[in-house]
Design a protein around this ligand. Structure first.
Ligand code: MTE
Ligand code: MO
Length: 302
């Protein structure tokens, strides 16, 4: 018996592919490249109404030391990263440890749009329209054991595709961590897209953390391991320069970096003659997160 292509192809796959081919053909006739798979996220009340940076700004001015230390290195070098297949190992103090795909963690029907300010510790900032899921939803699905107090994250280690990892610029793999209440906070997301596309490699494809009230270095990219633990995790920047980079790294205009002021910031793309703007406590999210740090000395716990 001779089988048709449609007989051996799962129906959903077939319908998707047909729609994709039709769209591609239409685009072809118009002389355009076939469209990339679009993503959509439900709008969220947690988004800012500030104007987002352009896709060109967001994808050409990056920190991703695995691809080099220059702001344009990630855009130049990250294309070589294989992001499919991808799996995230979730373990430690969880009920359902295992190897999860991006679709397991961030299924399309759960995606939300979160337009957030991003404030780098270097005193520049952007507004980025992420697409992703609350980290809390993922942690609840995996089941957190009662004794877990922290969440540790690790980026992929793959020097063949990440030229920065061929040198000891940082102590690879890039590691970050959150306290469990920070991880469970509704503002904390795992992002898989921005604007309406899957995450560009230079922004941490295929899945990265975003914690908008903390300096950007906490928002670890291209995550392959998430571990629930009762110990404060080792974090790359904190381990390397503990006087400069703390575990909390909450955006704080009153606590300067030892080598520069954190009082103001430069909004990327705002133009050569635009003034610097004031940096806000907790990057403008104080109403939502300040209570997490009640009674803590934020100058000591920087
Ligand atoms: N694995 C990894 N994650 C990382 C970094 C990095 O070098 N490696 N840089 C951090 C810093 S310093 C910032 S400001 C943000 C930048 O995110 P963006 O390039 O998507 O704007 O990513 C963070 N996550
Ligand atoms: Mo940063």
């Amino acid at each position: 018996m001779k089988l048709n292509w449609s007989d051996v192809t799962p129906r959903v796959d077939y319908l998707d592919r047909r729609a994709f081919m039709v769209a591609g053909m239409a685009a072809g006739m118009a002389g355009l490249a076939p469209p990339a798979m679009a993503l959509t996220g439900r709008p969220s009340a947690l988004s800012t109404d500030e104007k987002p940076n352009t896709i060109a700004e967001i994808t050409n001015y990056n920190n991703f030391y695995e691809f080099g230390t220059g702001k344009e290195d990630p855009a130049r070098n990250a294309g070589s990263l294989t992001t499919d297949p991808w799996s995230v190992e979730i373990g430690g103090m969880v009920e359902r440890p295992g190897s999860y795909s991006v679709a397991d963690l961030a299924p399309e029907n759960a995606l939300e749009e979160r337009i957030y300010r991003l404030r780098c510790v270097e005193a520049w900032s952007m507004v980025i329209p992420w697409i992703g899921v609350p980290l809390a939803a993922v942690l609840n699905k995996i089941g957190v054991q009662p004794g877990a107090k922290f969440v540790a994250f690790e980026t992929l280690m793959r020097p063949e595709e990440m030229p920065g990892q061929q040198r000891a610029i940082l102590d690879w793999p890039y590691r970050e961590g959150l306290r469990i209440d920070e991880a469970m906070h509704p503002l904390t997301i795992l992002a898989t897209g921005l604007y309406s596309d899957p995450l560009p490699n230079q922004n941490g494809a295929p899945i990265r953390l975003v914690v908008p009230w903390k300096y950007g270095f906490k928002s670890i990219k291209s995550v392959v391991r998430i571990t629930l633990t009762d110990q404060q995790p080792s974090c790359t920047w904190q381990d390397m320069q503990p006087q400069e980079y703390g575990f909390y790294a909450n955006v704080n205009p009153q606590v300067d970096h030892p080598r520069w002021s954190q009082a103001t910031e430069r909004r990327v793309g705002s133009g050569l003659f635009a003034g610097r703007q004031d940096t806000l406590p907790f990057n403008g999210y104080a109403d939502q997160v300040a209570s997490l740090y009640q009674g803590m000395d934020l100058a000591k716990n920087y």
